[in-house]
Design a protein around this ligand. Structure first.
Ligand code: PEP
Length: 245
């Protein structure tokens, strides 16, 4: 069995100002080394955060990237530029981008390809809505979404999956351990079938992870860490989650 080092990644979404570097500073002072740690602030803060993280065991990532290398795409940011400013990872296919910007799994896959082509780790998000879960067949749906979103050349070294039930994001509602375990097992089986080395690819859980529930969630088989939204904005909360990994 492969040993997968846990990853705890913070998604700051459209939150934070330059003064938020103080929270990052507190995280860097704690310098956790029990797992991999990543913070994904909004684009304008990435360069500053890379500098502030310095030699601490905290990597800085982005929340999205464009598929193209460069060109006439006003407001977009390329994977090449993210790598150039020191980002090491990028979240693609977050449900908020799938919903707010109509992003399809085909587009998410192309973004993941652009990311890995530039040496970035692609954190590919998948997850069902409450309506989809209640209708039954969430497992099949999410596995299908993942297979459509993950590039053929994905490896354990350049790709991370994040299972994020849409109904758990920012709501304080968390699936039961059985529900999380069943989904992660289904995703793992599909990865192994498609990639062979899917055994080594990390699958994060995301959706209302807090310092109070992190240990229980991280103990579930095939949960290799977490993608953390709200609770990643404050150093104390985030460090509490990191220490549970
Ligand atoms: C997210 O948006 O990726 C997320 C998991 O948010 P929260 O932790 O706030 O539910």
């Amino acid at each position: 069995m492969t040993t997968r080092r846990k990853l705890v990644a913070g998604n700051w979404k459209m939150n934070g100002l330059t003064a938020s570097a103080a929270e990052l500073g507190q995280m860097c002072d704690a310098n956790p080394s029990n797992c991999d740690v990543l913070i994904c602030p909004p684009y304008p803060l990435i360069g500053r955060f890379v500098g502030a993280a310095g030699n601490a065991h905290i990597e800085i990532g982005a929340q999205d990237c464009h598929t193209a290398e460069s060109g006439a795409h006003t407001g977009d940011v390329s994977a090449a530029l993210l790598a150039d400013v020191g980002a090491t990872a990028v979240i693609v296919g977050h449900s908020e981008r799938r919903a707010d910007h109509g992003e399809s799994s085909a587009l998410v896959r192309a973004k993941a390809e652009a990311a890995t082509a530039h040496g970035l780790t692609a954190i590919i998000c998948v997850g069902e809505t409450l309506e989809q879960r209640e209708a039954g067949g969430a497992g099949e749906l999410v596995v299908g979404q993942m297979l459509d979103s993950v590039p053929d050349g994905a490896t354990a070294a350049n790709t991370v999956i994040a299972y994020e039930p849409v109904w758990a994001i920012g709501t304080g509602k968390v699936p039961t351990s059985e529900q999380i375990g069943a989904m992660h097992a289904a995703l793992r089986a599909a990865l192994v079938e498609k990639f062979g080395e899917g055994d080594g690819m990390r699958i994060l859980y995301g959706g209302s992870v807090k310092p109070t529930n992190a240990a229980e969630i991280f103990a579930i088989a095939d949960v290799d860490g977490g993608l953390i939204g709200g609770a990643s904005l404050k150093a104390n909360d985030f460090l509490g989650i990191v220490s549970a990994a």
